[in-house]
Write a protein that binds this ligand. Sequence first.
Ligand SMILES: *Cc1c(COP(=O)(O)O)cnc(C)c1O
Length: 376
Amino acid sequence: MMYDEVLNTMLPFLKQQYGNPSSLHKLGISSHNAIKKAKNMIASLINSRQDEIYITSGGTESNNTVIYGVASYNKNKNHIIVSSIEHDSILQPCCQLEKKGFEITYLKVDENGLINPKDVEKSINDRTCLVSIMFVNNEIGTIQPIHKISDICSKNNILFHSDCSQSAGKLCIDVKNSKLDMLTISSHKMNGPKGIGALYVRSGTKLSPLIVGGGQQNGFRSGTENVASIVGFGIACKLSKDRLLQNFIHFNKLQGYLHHEINKKITHVKLNGNATRRIPNNLNFSFFGINGEDLITKLDEYGIAVSTGSACKSNTKKASHVLKSMGLSYERINSSIRITIGVHNTMNEMKQTVLVLDKIIKELRSISPLKYKYNF
Ligand SMILES: *Cc1c(COP(=O)(O)O)cnc(C)c1O
């Protein structure tokens, strides 16, 4: 759900405050200043400078900009290292580059979905121009050791980018005290409007723009800025920062309850991903003997919205590439669902979710083809 404060701040910019931020009249200047203020709030969330923040249409564009932008700037270096569990907005641009002769290393993860920083070090060669490893995975919530990885990159003079779409506003990120060169943020992952995001680019980092045209944002990202959404995104960053600890405690409490109760009440269940190196608003379970999509449909009838795999891919019916990379069995992948807890969720909703889950799982297991395998 969008924060009330976010919507209220956006509304005037959708109507009377309609000035083009590039225009020189009062309305234009007012829009320009509103963007500047919002960029300060975005910068403050990650402790960067305001002029190191570029506004994009979201996490997808920020990630595309990094992969294509670094690749096209580096004419002589054609090797990129990413993890095999990155979001598709990293993996697909990499696939496209492979067709053009780039070499991409897709680092394997362990059974908990973790990257070993030593594997990054081993994969670096003299043609490597970029390493991109996400901070938190969107399907399993695993927190990657990006600070160790960024140290390795910095030592080897290689650009390091991290997709922080899932972690920004939830975990502390401080670019002044880390060696991140670029970082992706998505507004709708922290209760801001959809279709807007940012790319942090450390000053002095060299990459080509993805979208060219009128030269807005210092020529790095052309196109008239989406003022209302930028303003909303700014407030979402400010609120997420102000409430970081409060939200963290809230998520932890709800996650802990759900995890504990599900383990207590439901048999033949396994948590996917690392139990401790995990963002507190994510749980991913396999309920054996059940098809994840059947479970989602049933839960939806009770007003409980969960997902399988990644929200962006659920209509393609492909098994999760993340769970596959972790080496999980087809059956375990097929029976998995992801439960994401939002800031607006309550303990009562968690209690209701456990009751409904227990009931539906019993029903589905009673008609499961695997009924006799597990003795349900
Ligand atoms: C959501 C998400 C994206 C894409 O962000 P959009 O703003 O939806 O384009 C990229 N990476 C990760 C890890 C995400 O969770």
